[in-house]
Ligand binder design. Structure first.
Ligand SMILES: CC(C)(COP(=O)(O)OP(=O)(O)OC[C@H]1O[C@@H](n2cnc3c(N)ncnc32)[C@H](O)[C@@H]1OP(=O)(O)O)[C@@H](O)C(=O)NCCC(=O)NCCS
Length: 228
């Protein structure tokens, strides 16, 4: 018998449902575009994933978040992770607290984000592309001892609101990225980034300012849905 292509009801084992879950896991912005009939099963599926996560880790989630079942999220007591509303984490991302997030934050697939001791703060509407690396600690590097035996230092990372961090970018400990900044693909951010600055390269340098960019064209604000 041919398998049903109707995935509007939860039907574990149906290859189309399973593939749809996989698609959402890797491209979670699609979750926010689901038609009501699909949101019914996807919402229940998400609720189970989120309840199970909050049961075993000190994670707090806002309304309408999406957490890929293939993400690795660890938040021991004292290393809490808090998500505001409408945040998503895609497949193969690794998060270790402390991390504090506002609303509508995108963490795309295969990112590594570790809050060290001092933690990472991420402002609302910030979008982090795939394979970004944010590490809020450094190892001691004295030559007298192996690196792994030395204490870590941790100053913390602060990322403002409405920041776009391009794919493969890295942010080192101690950095503050101002509101509305853009970090180019594969850049390594080693110094603070001013508000609205566009930075790129390794080490990242200012290459522009968002305020000089033409106004974006949005056809219909009611059609605006979160993207990556
Ligand atoms: C930074 C970015 C947004 C372009 O910004 P822009 O203001 O349009 O920049 P321009 O294309 O005018 O480039 C300005 C200069 O910076 C350089 N540059 C741009 N992006 C760069 C990058 N990621 N790394 C190194 N240099 C870069 C350009 O080569 C150019 O150099 P030149 O003046 O010597 O020719 C874009 O290059 C980028 O990295 N986008 C991220 C894409 C991404 O990660 N998508 C994932 C999905 S969310």
């Amino acid at each position: 018998m041919k398998e049903s292509t109707d995935i509007s009801t939860p039907n574990p084992g149906n290859k189309y449902t399973e593939q749809h879950k996989r698609r959402l896991s890797w491209m979670p912005w699609l979750f926010y575009r689901l038609k009501a009939k699909h949101l019914k099963w996807a919402g229940l599926w998400q609720q189970q994933i989120q309840d199970a996560l909050c049961d075993v880790e000190t994670v707090t989630l806002g309304e309408h978040c999406f957490i890929s079942p293939d993400a690795a999220i660890f938040a021991e007591p004292g290393r809490d992770i808090t998500f505001g509303d409408q945040c998503f984490v895609a497949a193969h991302s690794f998060l270790h607290g402390p991390i504090e997030m506002g609303d509508e934050i995108a963490i795309n697939h295969s990112c590594s984000i570790d809050g060290g001791k001092a933690g990472i703060k991420i402002g609302s509407r910030t979008r982090i592309a795939n394979q970004c690396k944010l590490y809020a600690f450094d190892h001691g590097m004295s030559p007298e001892q192996p690196i792994y035996q030395q204490a870590n230092s941790s100053k913390g990372i602060v990322i403002g609101e409405d920041v776009w961090i391009g794919a493969g970018a890295g942010v080192r400990d101690g950095v503050t990225i101002g509101n509305h900044a853009v970090i180019g693909m594969n850049s390594m951010v080693t110094r603070d980034v001013p508000e609205f600055a566009i930075v790129a390269g390794n080490p990242a340098r200012v290459i522009g300012d968002r305020r000089d960019k033409p106004r974006g064209y949005i056809e219909d604000l009611t059609q605006l849905t979160p993207s990556s």
